[in-house]
Ligand binder design. Structure first.
Ligand code: FE2
Ligand code: FE2
Length: 172
């Protein structure tokens, strides 16, 4: 592949990224698909697998991120990891309360040799989590699962903090 292609691809990716991030943080939640209880349990297990991968990803990124400009966020990534662990516990309890079995699957963990890319991958994960939990809160509400809704709201507040921490470390 030519250098020129590489450059234009990178440019296109850079142009897309901030717009996509902003759109996803500001977007009104889409009308949720109404789920059965079993479908909601399956979605929560999918969220749980992503909490496990996020906690592993933050442990790895906190250990290997380098550069004086990333000192503060490096410490913060460990805090994020602990909070993702708490989310996994909360989701597991909620799945059990709903009559499901909490899964032990781990979604894809994303690593990079570049400190900046690590933070971009972490931010993508948080924006994905924010979109998923906004949808999940509406789905819990539709099934009148108010305790679940409250637990998901508590998780969402923390994911929004995580996204803001990463955005400020990336100067966005
Ligand atoms: Fe989380
Ligand atoms: Fe998070």
């Amino acid at each position: 592949m030519s250098k020129k292609n590489d450059r234009s691809k990178r440019k296109a990716a850079m142009a897309e990224r901030p717009a996509a991030s902003a759109a996803r943080l500001d977007a009104a939640p889409a009308a949720p698909r109404v789920l059965t209880r079993d479908e909601l349990i399956a979605e929560l297990n999918h969220d749980l697998a992503k909490e496990y991968s996020a906690l592993i990803q933050y442990v790895q990124h906190a250990a290997v991120i380098t550069g004086p400009q990333y000192d503060a966020i490096a410490a913060e990534l460990t805090v994020h990891s602990n909070e993702e662990h708490q989310h996994a516990i909360s989701l597991s309890n909620q799945i059990d309360f709903l009559g499901g079995v909490p899964a032990v699957d781990v979604a894809q963990v994303r690593v990079s040799p570049s400190s900046k890319s690590m933070l971009e991958l972490d931010l993508e994960g948080e924006l994905d989590a924010i979109a998923r939990y906004r949808e999940r809160i509406a789905q819990a509400e539709a099934l009148r699962e108010y305790g679940l809704r409250r637990a998901l709201e508590d998780i969402l507040i923390i994911e929004e903090e995580h996204a803001r921490d990463l955005q400020s470390a990336l100067d966005r």
